[in-house]
Ligand binder design. Structure first.
Ligand SMILES: Nc1nc2c(ncn2[C@@H]2O[C@H](COP(=O)(O)OP(=O)(O)OP(=O)(O)O)[C@@H](O)[C@H]2O)c(=O)[nH]1
Ligand SMILES: [Mg+2]
Length: 240
């Protein structure tokens, strides 16, 4: 039976590794990401008779090119295309944490938002309305406490259903200023023509507008098919 590939993303200190360790136990191994001195933890768990390979991505505040950690997390979501990306949030710092969730939701529609540290939130009198949040975000939201092992079954059921393609999502998309939206609208078709559906066109267009050179290099490297035709997008050449 084939395995399912799942990624754990989130800000630092949101309990990703606690969740990862709880799910995988001893079925995990660590090493470095290729070409980086960033720790890679990968493991497996079973749920309802299926095997899931889960990757504990480095904790980051964004997915641009500010650090090796961010590049690793970004490249995994973009190039390895996991069947589900679980974004782990700290229930006691939702506003800050949602920022990364929105960034992931610009890159993929296969997102489950996992609100962790619910035990801590309860102590502080913080209430998280997961139904409302799921409605607004357009992706499933599951509340857990990784430390107390509550909500895990619901999380794994949701991951299972999403991997099976049974949960249609409509991730909330940030709308930028008119200026930027016009530029995105001009670039997006070119990106789509060049890459098809291989990468999220709107997100790539945004990176091109950012002038994110490090990302463009990663994209060029990843997209290393035999060069038959050179195409210029925003001054950067790609083979087609
Ligand atoms: N109260 C409470 N604490 C938790 C929970 N989950 C994790 N923690 C604690 O939060 C701290 C950070 O947990 P980690 O699992 O290391 O967080 P992380 O997201 O892997 O952090 P980075 O690897 O730095 O990104 C640890 O002290 C955990 O014990 C939870 O559900 N409730
Ligand atoms: Mg960790």
């Amino acid at each position: 039976m084939s395995k399912h590939y799942i990624a754990l993303a989130g800000n630092p200190n949101t309990g990703k590794s606690t969740l990862f360790n709880t799910l995988t136990g001893l079925r995990q191994h660590t090493g470095n990401w290729t070409g980086k001195t960033v720790l890679k933890a990968e493991g497996e768990y079973e749920h309802n008779g299926q095997t899931y390979v889960i990757v504990d991505l480095p904790g980051t505040y964004s997915l641009h090119s500010n650090s090796a950690d961010e590049e690793v997390a970004r490249d995994y979501i973009l190039f390895e295309n996991p069947e589900v990306t679980v974004v782990v949030l700290d229930a006691t710092a939702m506003e800050r944490n949602l920022n990364l969730a929105l960034q992931v939701m610009e890159m993929t529609n296969k997102v489950v938002v996992c609100v962790n540290l619910m035990d801590e939130a309860q102590k502080k009198g913080i209430i998280v309305d997961e139904k409302k949040l799921a409605e607004v975000l357009g992706v499933p939201v599951v509340k857990i406490s990784a430390r107390n092992k509550t909500g895990l079954n619901k999380l794994l059921d949701t991951v299972e259903q999403m991997a099976a393609g049974n949960i249609p999502t409509k991730p909330y998309q940030i709308v930028y200023s008119k200026d930027i939206e016009e530029k995105i609208a001009a670039l997006e078709p070119e990106v789509r023509e060049l890459f098809g559906d291989a990468y999220p066109a709107r997100w790539v267009a945004l990176r091109l507008l950012d002038g994110d050179q490090s990302f463009l290099e990663a994209l060029q490297q990843h997209h290393n098919q035999p060069k038959t035709k050179e195409v210029l997008v925003n001054g950067v050449s790609f083979s087609q």
